[in-house]
Design a protein around this ligand. Structure first.
Ligand code: ZN
Length: 490
């Protein structure tokens, strides 16, 4: 037992320090004084140095060799630690340091290039990021598949081939549905008006509590891009407020609450251990998506939201619950992934997946990236890209080296579809409760079936245990087809 206990004690300190580093990041995005940026970057660099040294400490290898797990939980802890340790020690230290340095600079270059609509200013450093990630992937890949090596950081066990096949099955049905919707004669009206910021913030907090967010162990602040941060007993979220677009605030809040409650509801026996957080980005996204879409954008929940908004802001431009529900789910051509509706969202992801695979395999050079993007966007969405901030410069991901991350968004949608189907069968009266803003039955189901397990099971395994069958795209596609057929009277 000694080796296992020593390893877990060591690991606990590393996890605690990693939470501290995360909180520095939270502070930077929310309340840090502007003039502190330079010092903060040095502080965070120092934390990263300590964390990297701890995560590659050779004693971990010795403990792993000597540890004798006494339970399934302990076996899972060791599996997770071994995986991370092997990953970190395969990458040469100078490459890891160079990647950290270049990506932190590239993010700033990307933000400035996007502000100036200047793709050329971003491409040289993006080329460096791609090159370094390719080197890293080569160090990690046991079978020579660079893309899979990167994908595995975010979705352990997933492969590019498997995702290509999944997307190949999803794409034609999504495109057919989108085309029918665009051709429908009764297009929904948009919600228009001005909605004061304080009223939105108040209602956003009500929504967060409705979806089970524990503000005794969390808090809601504002940031430019909404996010959730932290694990265990301190899980924070941020939101943003636009007075002309209250759905942005409400639905990003519900989305982040999905991520945050996952972290809050992990079994506390796993607190500050490698199993103490969500198992993968895909499963994480399934929680945020099911809260946001299958519940938040349902006819039942939008009736509750309609009443809350009418009470807060007075009569709405969409004067009845059905018109309001249609406004929430309006499908329209959009250049921007994050503003996309449920029908087109996965098409945006598929396009990024196609392009980033080519960048990592070397089939596409960054010099040709903008043209590749614009050509494929017009083919996939029927609209030309008007400016780089609406095109290839819209997402931060590639600048910070996140290749292999995008597909996890769609995996999350697919998993959410599976979970929703199983949940409906287990809780027959859920719609009537949701209509009244009573979500505890559905959030308890997700807590007990998925969230409480943290990192104990693999991504597909946790979904299969919750639903009784291996995840497929069918429940998501059937749900979307049924929902939008009714909504647009197709
Ligand atoms: Zn998310």
């Amino acid at each position: 037992m000694a080796a296992y206990d020593d390893l877990m004690a060591y690991q606990r300190t590393t996890e605690a320090l990693s939470q501290v580093a995360g909180r520095l990041g939270w502070d930077q995005e929310t309340i840090m004084p502007r003039g502190a940026a330079e010092q903060r970057s040095e502080e965070m660099g120092a934390m990263e140095e300590i964390l990297h040294a701890r995560r590659t400490d050779p004693r971990i290898g010795d403990w792993l060799a000597a540890a004798k797990p006494a339970s399934e939980d302990q076996k899972a802890q060791l599996r997770k630690i071994r995986r991370t340790y092997e990953r970190n020690t395969k990458v040469p230290a100078d490459l890891a340091a160079e990647l950290a340095r270049v990506t932190s600079r590239a993010q700033g270059v990307w933000a400035e290039a996007r502000g100036n609509e200047d793709v050329a200013a971003f491409l040289p450093i993006l080329g460096q990021v791609v090159d370094l990630r390719r080197q890293e992937a080569a160090a990690l890949a046991s079978d020579g598949n660079l893309y899979d090596a990167l994908l595995n950081d975010y979705e352990p066990g997933a492969t590019g081939v498997e995702i290509s096949e999944l997307f190949g099955r999803m794409r034609p049905r999504l495109v057919a549905l989108r085309d029918k919707i665009m051709g429908a004669s009764n297009q929904p009206d948009k919600l228009v008006g001005q909605f004061d910021a304080d009223g939105q913030a108040k209602l956003a907090e009500t929504l967060a509590l409705t979806f089970g967010y524990n503000t005794d162990r969390g808090r809601i602040d504002r940031s430019v891009h909404p996010f959730s941060s932290g694990s265990g007993l301190d899980v924070r979220i941020t939101t943003r407020v636009s007075e002309s677009d209250p759905f942005n605030c409400f639905y990003s809040t519900i989305h982040e609450v999905g991520h945050a409650t996952y972290e809050q509801n992990v079994d506390q026996a796993f607190l500050l251990t490698p199993l103490g957080g969500g198992v993968s980005m895909g499963v994480h996204e399934s929680q945020s998506r099911i809260y946001e879409n299958q519940f938040g954008r349902s006819e039942a929940f939008t009736q509750f939201l309609f009443e809350k908004m009418t009470a807060q802001f007075g009569t709405l431009s969409t004067p009845d619950p059905w018109a309001f529900y249609r406004a929430v789910n309006r499908v329209s051509p959009s250049h921007i992934r994050t503003e996309s509706d449920e029908v087109q969202y996965n098409l945006h992801v598929m396009m990024r997946f196609d392009i980033e695979q080519k960048l990592i395999s070397g089939q596409l050079d960054v010099a040709d990236l903008e043209e590749a993007w614009n050509t494929q966007f017009e083919a996939d969405f029927g609209v030309a890209v008007d400016k780089p901030s609406n095109g290839v410069l819209q997402d931060v991901h590639w600048s910070v080296g996140l290749f292999g991350y995008f597909p996890t968004y769609s995996l999350g949608n697919v998993y959410a579809g599976c979970l929703f189907e199983a949940l409906k069968a287990d809780i027959p009266g859920h719609e009537e409760a949701v209509r009244k803003g009573e979500l505890s039955a559905v959030t308890d189901w997700l807590r007990d079936k998925v969230q409480v397990h943290g990192g104990l099971y693999g991504p597909k395994e946790v979904i299969e245990r919750a639903t009784g069958s291996a995840p497929t795209e069918e429940p998501l596609l059937s749900y979307l087809e049924a929902k939008f057929t009714k909504l647009y009277d197709l």
